[in-house]
Write a protein that binds this ligand. Structure first.
Ligand code: AMP
Length: 275
């Protein structure tokens, strides 16, 4: 992969890179299409990264569909599908990790210790291997995109980080490889996530500036749905620091993480309070 990328760069070609864990859906493909529009060469990686999963998380059962993914990417006519093996990404003696302080410990990081260390490490490695001009992430994983931007700046990696909008099902549920875990009833219950984000955004639009009130409304709305087993977080946050805000002003990240049965789902929405 490194040699192919070097050859593309020597020919003065721009490289657009979309890192994924596979089980591709329209959300992933929207990033691929954007990369294709903006670059000469498009490279998509598929790698279920073991070091970003906790010991009791779903690494083993994470959906894998190499044949289906390959077919979808061939239809999009991407130039390279990069599917490294675990042993080549993490040879036995691999001792170096990338940690982005502070923002990695909040929101998802508070509930998934070590998760963002795993993400930051694999993305740094993939950027060094693929050497892209531009790398594409989805807003669906907003905190991840903020962490990547920070590490790219801090480690002087020469790449543009581009964040693309969240692609949703017709009823608003953000597309996710993990949606396949949901039963029919759970899938229906999951629609509360987007509804609650929209309602919170409506409250802010109507002039409510009390962050704690917004948080309480979001939690209450979610917990009305019997299938929701647990809300990890829900509320209004500073989109740069991921800290909960008590007073709504400027740009605000509304974000939710919850569990339906054993399935963990996240979603978010950016809103701006103009006053
Ligand atoms: P994953 O395979 O879940 O690691 O996701 C790979 C990339 O696709 C990440 O940058 C995600 O943020 C992005 N992505 C996942 N779901 C969506 C979605 N529904 N809309 C837009 N981007 C997404």
């Amino acid at each position: 992969m490194q040699n192919s990328s070097k050859a593309y760069l020597l020919q003065n070609k721009t490289i657009g890179f979309v890192p994924t864990m596979g089980a591709l859906h329209e959300g992933h493909l929207s990033l691929v299409r954007r990369a294709k529009e903006e670059n000469d060469i498009t490279i998509v990686s598929i790698f279920v990264n073991p070091i970003q999963f906790g010991p009791s998380e779903d690494f083993e059962k994470y959906p894998r569909d190499m044949d289906g993914d390959t077919e979808k990417l061939q239809e999009e006519t991407v130039d390279v599908i990069f599917m490294p093996e675990i042993f080549s990404m993490y040879p036995a003696k691999s001792l170096t990790y990338v940690e982005v302080d502070e923002i990695s410990d909040r929101l998802c990081g508070a509930f998934r210790p070590g998760h963002f260390r795993g993400v930051a490490t694999v993305v740094t490695k993939l950027l060094n291997i693929v050497k892209p001009t531009r790398v594409y992430f989805g807003q669906k994983d907003f905190q991840q995109s903020v962490i990547i931007k920070q590490l790219v700046t801090d480690l002087n990696i020469d790449v543009d980080v581009i964040v693309c909008p969240t692609i949703r099902e017709p009823d608003g549920l953000a597309m996710s490889s993990r949606n396949t875990y949901l039963t029919k009833e759970q899938r229906k219950a999951a629609t509360v996530i987007y509804q609650c984000l929209k309602e919170a955004s409506g409250l802010i639009e109507s002039g409510i500036i009390d962050g704690t009130y917004i948080k309480d409304c979001m939690r209450e709305r979610i917990l009305k749905v019997p299938d929701i087993s647990h809300v990890e977080y829900a509320g209004a946050y500073d989109p740069e620091t991921m800290v909960a805000v008590s007073e709504i002003k400027g740009d605000i990240l509304l974000a939710v993480a919850l569990r339906i049965g054993n399935t963990r789902l996240i979603d978010n929405m950016l809103v701006t309070m103009v006053k």
